[in-house]
Design a protein around this ligand. Sequence first.
Ligand code: LLP
Length: 417
Amino acid sequence: MHLFQYRKGELYAEDVPVRRLAEEFGTPLYIYSYNTLLSHFKAYEDAFDSLPHIVCFALKANSNAAIVRLLAKNGGGADVVSGGELFRALKAGIPAEKIVYAGVGKTEEEIRYALKSGILMFNVESEDELLQIDRIAGTMKVKAPIALRINPDIDPQTHPYISTGLKKHKFGIPIEDALQYYGLANSLKNIKIVGIHKHIGSQLTKVSPFVDALKRILLLVDELKRQGIIIDYLDIGGGLGITYRDETPPDPAQLAKNILPLLKGRKLTIVLEPGRSIAGNAGILVTKTLYLKNGHEKKFVIVDAGMNDLIRPSIYGAYHHIQPVIKNRRNKIVADIVGPICESGDFLAKDREIPNVKKGEYLAVMSAGAYGFTMSSNYNSRPKAVEVMVKGRRYALIRKRETYHDIIKGEAIPEFV
Ligand code: LLP
């Protein structure tokens, strides 16, 4: 479900015409729908209502303060992977006890910050990291709450770059070694075991890998109990896919239907870490056509958003639907839709059939709310795009467009130059 729909041939974000926003704020422009975000979040809350649970939004998908605040106000937690994301989550009002912290490379400074903040748990990814957390917690005279991230060796059947739960991946601890690692964690003075974590990949379109991975993890939870190690929090990660083109991924209700029976009768709090399925279809990127170019072999539609604004097509070959903001009845053409960056890999779509666009026309790149702005950069010294949120008829700027001065902020020229 999302609230970017045509009304009489004109694309709206909720009750606001997209063209009006493009004219007022300029392009490239990210627009997010408040009610879409909320309904996606609530779908998780409703689906897991029968069990104690925390929906920890994965900030890597979209960390804008307004979006994180919206989720915080509705009871959401956060999945963070850096000190910066922890800072954002806390600032936006997520209670520390609803924050989980994953990632293979937490630095000493980040670990201290998280311990000081009182987060729910670290999702620990290696023995070295476990020992480091124990040591730091010792110096701070606190106990560090941890879960071990277990790699269940399940193929999530998604794009290789975004699958994480196989033996060959850098993430987590191999399931065969899990007992040994829990034993070690249990012996460390400044560590408190509170949970277990898994995350097998992103943009999953089937429910079976979730079920298979969970079954493996639950066997482990039982074995740990036999050994006197009690797990309170079961963090099943994120990963539910969305419809970019014609995928039909399970929704939170279908996920819950399949996994809740496995959890019945257990005294576990379920932690979920959805990112894409909350933010992906709640945002679009609006861009303006700058030029049309007819090459010998191809037609090009050159737009003002580039790979620095949305890098997913360039690095994953990802498909994003692209449609005109104002519908027209013109003939269709097949063209590459490309940005202004000096790289052949700078494209939003290849060999795409679209209605013949004209110079100056606005196009909407759909499903851009997750891993869009957060993966954007200043490459080619392009200021980052502006972000706007719409709620019904209301709308507001939620991040200013960067200026050239923002881009060079912090740079210095030494006197020996
Ligand atoms: N939890 C952990 C430990 C993760 O690594 C991730 C995503 C999530 C939760 C959230 O997963 P989601 O619900 O969004 O699928 N840049 C790529 C996606 C990378 C995902 C990395 N981890 C893309 O644009 O497709």
